[in-house]
Design a binder for this molecule. Structure first.
Ligand SMILES: Nc1ncnc2c1ncn2[C@@H]1O[C@H](COP(=O)(O)OP(=O)(O)O)[C@@H](O)[C@H]1O
Ligand SMILES: [Mg+2]
Length: 553
């Protein structure tokens, strides 16, 4: 009788043993969390990310920005667990727009504790179930601890806490604090500007706030603009510098003769045979007349500003300008085009032949501004629209990029707290939940008790890391905080700017409940996925997917 081959895995597929793969999963996750830890909170370190050409670099303490680099082709994190950690950061950012570093650090701490329990002989399923139970309870405790937002002052504190995490670098003094306060005020005004009532509840969508960076002035020159700022020059230098009560056309098609009328075809796919100079001249004449027809149509509709994501034929610049129209080609991103169309109330047009006055939007004014460095911004003002732009000024380009990231996070977390609830920051919430969970664990009669206790201990990683990052002694900070929380001082946390334990609510270091919930949920889910996966097989295992894709095409 012929024997079946005993080798389950094909030649080109390799399997990593359970022990080996578990160890590597845990250590990659911990390594990742450790790498990110130094960037948590104010006064933390920054990472310098240098491109392989050594030409470009980013200076940042923003977790998402750092982790995004692990997602790029040239620097792709190859270990599946590393990719899971990158996804955790991404999903936290997508869901709540802040809290990326905390979620990764917390996931790392949960896995460190889980590994110890598994080594002690606890089955990963039990640890996972215990963690799930602990998360549910932690969220319950968090909700009970949260304070409803009653006024602007509380929201300003949320914005300030978030901005400080990237703005207050080691050595920052009083001047920086003033700047951070002023940025927080601008963030809050922006959130107010985009707030709206939906089903009787007032909420704010931070995606309606556009952030534009422009160096060369003072941070106090940062301003909130009601409308959209286009970081582009007009198509022709003679176009008007200022218009009022403007009809706006927003296009997602090129404004050239070749694409929209089909008369001469797309030159990249066909060629036109010319037999004589007369024929060439006549074709050029036809092209010109098509362009002029288009200009006529735009002018007849009363358009004052025409903006496209695609290119515009330079020949059209002068005739549009002669009719008092400003044209702006090649808006960089689809999101910008969407925001602009939303701000003006314009429909995005993809066939200029079909454009009607119903497609047009409105702007109170359009103004071109040229800066001393010769760059131009076009300010499209829409006073009534639910849309705003923060024009960030000051600082060198790299610092400004990190400030823009701080403003982005602050916008999101302040919008999350809008008409919602807040929690004490500086590790106070984590210490409070930790103390409560440890007590709750004692009521659990099964082995899950160990996992719930481990979860509670893992939460201490947040105040511990905050203390370490600003140069304080993490052990004494944790011991003192434990004492405070055992005595029922639920708002006590560690202020990294003053380097001491204070009442976080009294000192205005507060965070959004929604953001914190997402951090806990994300970290818990990711840690459980990682602890429950045992084998790793690798090789050409996705060939079927590639084939499916090619067949489908
Ligand atoms: N003055 C402060 N003192 C101590 N902790 C602070 C202070 N300001 C903010 N934090 C804490 O910093 C943490 C957020 O840091 P951050 O670097 O923004 O990471 P994340 O990407 O997780 O938002 C939160 O735990 C918050 O409570
Ligand atoms: Mg943050």
């Amino acid at each position: 009788m012929q024997k079946l081959p005993l080798n389950l895995y094909p030649e080109k597929m390799r399997k990593i043993s359970q022990d080996e793969s578990k160890a590597s999963n845990f250590s990659v996750a911990k390594e990742f969390a450790c790498f990110m830890a130094s960037t948590l909170g104010p006064q933390s370190a920054q990472k310098v990310i240098v491109g392989s050409d050594f030409q470009q670099y980013i200076l940042t303490s923003d977790g998402k920005t750092i982790l995004q680099r692990f997602d790029l082709a040239e620097f792709k994190a190859t270990h599946p667990v590393a990719q899971l950690m990158v996804e955790l950061a991404k999903s936290t950012d997508d869901e709540v727009g802040d809290g990326t570093t905390s979620s990764v650090i917390l996931a790392g701490a949960l896995l460190t504790k889980a590994e110890r329990l598994i080594d002690m002989g606890l089955h990963p399923n039990i640890v996972s179930e215990g963690y799930k139970k602990a998360t549910t309870k932690a969220i319950e405790i968090m909700e009970a601890l949260a304070i409803p937002v009653k006024n602007d002052d509380m929201l300003k504190k949320v914005a300030r806490t978030s901005i400080d995490t990237k703005y207050m670098v080691p050595g920052s003094g009083k001047q920086k604090q003033k700047e951070s306060k002023s940025l927080a005020d601008t963030v809050l005004s922006a959130v107010h500007k985009v707030s709206e009532s939906k089903n009787g509840v007032i909420t704010a969508d931070p995606d309606n706030v556009h952030v534009v960076k422009k160096g060369g002035a003072d941070i106090f020159d940062t301003m909130l603009f009601s409308g959209f700022i286009v970081e582009k020059e007009a198509l022709h230098p003679s176009m008007p510098k200022y218009l009022e009560n403007v009809k706006v056309a927003v296009l997602d098609v090129p404004l050239t003769v070749k694409r929209y009328d089909g008369l001469f075809g797309d030159l990249s796919s066909c060629s036109v045979k010319m037999d004589s100079v007369e024929q060439y001249k006549s074709q050029k004449g036809d092209e010109r007349s098509v362009l002029y027809d288009t200009v006529g149509k735009i002018a007849d509709l009363g358009v004052g500003l025409i903006i496209s994501r695609k290119l515009m034929d330079e020949k059209i610049g002068k005739p549009l300008s002669d009719r008092g129209i400003i044209a702006i080609p090649a808006i960089p991103t689809k999101e910008d085009l969407n925001r602009l169309s939303k701000a003006c109330g314009a429909r995005i047009v993809s066939d200029i032949g079909q454009m009607t006055s119903d497609d047009l939007g409105f702007a109170d004014s359009v103004r071109q501004k040229r800066y001393p460095d010769r760059t131009v911004h076009i300010f499209v003002e829409t006073k009534k629209a639910n849309s705003a732009t923060i024009l960030l000024r000051g600082g060198i380009a790299h610092a400004l990029s990190d400030i823009a990231r701080a403003v982005h996070d602050a916008l999101h977390t302040t919008a999350n707290a809008y008409n919602n609830e807040i929690l004490p920051g500086g590790g106070a919430t984590e210490m409070y939940i930790s103390a409560q969970l440890k007590r709750y664990a004692l009521s659990i009669k099964t082995k899950k008790q160990l996992a719930v206790t481990a979860f509670a201990e893992a939460l201490e990683v947040i105040p511990q890391t905050l203390a370490k990052n600003c140069g304080a002694d993490p052990i004494s900070v944790i011991t003192d905080l434990r004492k405070d929380h055992a005595a029922g001082n639920k708002y006590m946390g560690f202020d990294t700017i003053r380097r001491k334990i204070v009442n976080m609510v009294d000192n205005g270091i507060v965070e959004s409940l929604i953001t914190k919930k997402q951090i806990f949920k994300g970290a818990d889910e990711t840690s459980r996925i990682i602890m429950l996966s045992d084998d790793i097989i690798y090789g050409n295992v996705f060939q079927d997917r590639i084939e499916e894709k090619t067949h489908g095409q």
